[in-house]
Design a protein around this ligand. Sequence first.
Ligand code: HEC
Ligand code: HEC
Length: 352
Amino acid sequence: MMKKIVLYGTLLFLLSLGLVGCGSSDASTDPNAAELEEMIERLLSNNLLVPLGDIPIPADNPMTQEVLELGQILYFDPRLSGNNERSCMTCHIPELGYGDARATFEKFDGSDGPRNSPTVINSGYYTSNFWDGRAASLEEQALGPIQDPGEMNQPLDELIVKLKGIDGYEELFINAGFEDGITAVNIGKAIAAFERLVVVKDTPYDRFLQGDRDALTAEEIRGLDLFTSKASCITCHQGENLSDNLFHNIGIESDDKGRAAVTGNDSDLGAIRTPGLYGLTHTAPYMRDGSIATLEDVVEYYNRGGDNHPNKSGLINPLNLTDAEKADLVAFLRALGGQPPIFTKPELPGMN
Ligand code: HEC
Ligand code: HEC
């Protein structure tokens, strides 16, 4: 009798410490822990889950110190715009996850632009750039916004004359190894090289995939498991950088032609290049029209099977996630947040 009471007391004491039950990590006695172990094994052997490696660097644009410094100057220099007021950082602000925290960008005339300013984070991992993939590389991409009348409104031939007239600029190009000095191609190369420094990797997710089983919490592991199974996010968000680099229409109701504007194919109407998911905690609002404010809302969106664009992909369907499952999925997405490097405006030539 006495012994029983003592045992019972000990059990209560252990329960109060959280040493038995759900919190336990002893797989041999706890069914939840055993399930988690199974999940971990399944996830670690899923070859669509790949830790993010080093960013690919084109052979003809090495990331030397001089090129990177020049790229940083160009990225932050408002003289790259027609009215000398806008730089890349106007819409890709380091402290705002290299986006602008707006649904869509503010045009040169102050009105709302057609698309969301995507983050620069990890943009060097894509096989094409822009929401519709119309640029083949960051080098090519960088020259787009400079000339775009709604963005920086600066014709390139005039820009080259302008920069050549600024004391010290041409010298920076020459010192960076650009023998032909200030040209559009070299401007694109230097900015692109700098952008390849804006990377989020080595997140808890990556460390988990490398075998550190404690890098993710149980909630995040369950979220990742849902990501690869019931929620089927991995159908498109897969491989390095969690993007298949393909174009899909996830059902957002919008007149935006998406990929069809590039290919001319009706089957591509509203299709967008799958975004990577690193750095997400810094880059709200989401989607190419900035129509979704939070990660919780993103998960709700997918859970209801998206909205009703007539060209919606057959891969987007209602998911029937429970509230707990939605929370797990969001927890996993947050584990991809990381901390992007914060670059600041350097001293600009001719501006002291
Ligand atoms: C006025 C706002 C604005 C300015 C200024 C601006 N951008 Fe953008 N940026 C955008 C928008 C909007 C998009 C998406 C456009 C689209 O997909 O059609 C974009 C797309 C991008 C992308 C593609 C990312 C991806 O996911 O593929 C990169 C990289 C980028 N910009 C870098 C730059 C650089 C470098 C500069 C300066 C030379 C710059 N931007 C200037 C708004 C801006
Ligand atoms: C059919 C392919 C596909 C599936 C399945 C899919 N996505 Fe996406 N995802 C995309 C595309 C394409 C976009 C960009 C859509 C747009 O902007 O119009 C996107 C956008 C996102 C964004 C916003 C990223 C940003 O930078 O704005 C998040 C977050 C996201 N998806 C998470 C998920 C999650 C979580 C799941 C699973 C519940 C999922 N996706 C399933 C293709 C897919």
